[in-house]
Ligand binder design. Structure first.
Ligand SMILES: Nc1ncnc2c1ncn2[C@@H]1O[C@H](COP(=O)(O)OP(=O)(O)O)[C@@H](O)[C@H]1O
Ligand SMILES: [Mg+2]
Length: 263
């Protein structure tokens, strides 16, 4: 039984394109005939609204998995797009973000839910983390094989990149020694001299652990979330779609490497 490859999107800072990357990359993988499941782990529910659903109306959320109360097949929602499923956020995620840490042994509970046979039909699972160094993120990093850390080439994003990666190290040491990470440059402005300078610095420090694909600014990505439609359908020929397709290719090549190294 082939189990899905589980990927967390994590950066401590908000607004760096975690949710956008989860949505766009999932859409491109579905286009390549890879069934994909999205989990909205952010109490703000942006991923959920980005697919046209209302978090206030969702009966189930990843909270049910984080608490060990339910299984994926019982809480998952199909979307209008075949091959793309979601477990949306709902108000229970606010409660869980406050109280999960007091439950003894909470860290691997999500991983157990994602290791059951009812998840085997997916090729990929994406865990869209909140911008918080909290128990939900720890549970997500414990469940993931790879964490993608999107970052802008801005001073503040690079600064928080360090503490975001410290959490990755911590989780490796405690609950998930095999966790790999890849830094993804997002919201890149080709014309900006500052962005190019910061990119060169990032490459110097992280080159082996960086995706070669760089995601630029494309208003179609924002627009597709407003109308709740995957970017591959909303604007199939846009630059943003093409860049995320390239990233999907790069990701598939990475996942198929015979020996996955942790970088
Ligand atoms: N490549 C991009 N081009 C244009 N807008 C983007 C891009 N990536 C993200 N955005 C927009 O920037 C905002 C923050 O992105 P989001 O994915 O929600 O970040 P995060 O999940 O890290 O908080 C959203 O309004 C989103 O639509
Ligand atoms: Mg987000």
């Amino acid at each position: 039984m082939a189990m899905p490859y589980v990927i967390a999107l994590w950066h401590q800072k908000g607004g760096v394109s975690k949710t956008t990357t989860a949505l766009a990359l999932a859409a491109c993988l579905v286009e390549k005939a890879h069934p994909t499941l999205l989990l909205d782990l952010d109490p703000q529910g942006n991923l959920t609204t980005g697919l046209g659903l209302n978090p206030a109306e969702a009966r189930h959320s990843p909270a049910d998995l984080l608490l060990g109360n339910d299984t994926v097949s019982r809480v998952v929602c199909a979307t209008p797009w075949p091959g793309l499923d979601i477990i949306p956020s709902n108000p229970d995620m606010v409660t869980v973000s406050r109280w999960l840490h007091v439950r003894e042994g909470y860290e691997p509970v999500l991983r157990h839910a994602l290791s059951r046979p009812d998840v085997a039909g997916y090729d990929f699972v994406f865990l869209d983390c909140p911008p918080m160094l909290g128990p939900i993120t720890i549970a997500a990093l414990t469940a993931a094989q790879l964490v993608i850390v999107p970052t802008q080439c801005e001073y503040f994003s690079v600064q928080t990149l360090g503490s975001s990666l410290k959490l990755v190290q911590l989780v490796r040491g405690r609950t998930n020694p095999g966790l790999a990470y890849r830094v993804l440059v997002t919201l890149f402005d080709l014309r900006g001299a500052l962005h190019s300078r910061v990119l060169a610095q990032l490459q110097q420090h992280f080159a082996p652990a960086m995706f070669q694909t760089i995601i630029g600014v494309d208003s179609k990505l924002r627009e597709s979330q407003l109308v709740g439609t995957p970017i591959t359908l909303h604007a199939p020929h846009s630059r943003g779609t093409q860049q995320y397709r390239q990233l999907a290719e790069e990701l598939c090549a990475y996942v198929q490497r015979p020996v996955l190294q942790t970088a």
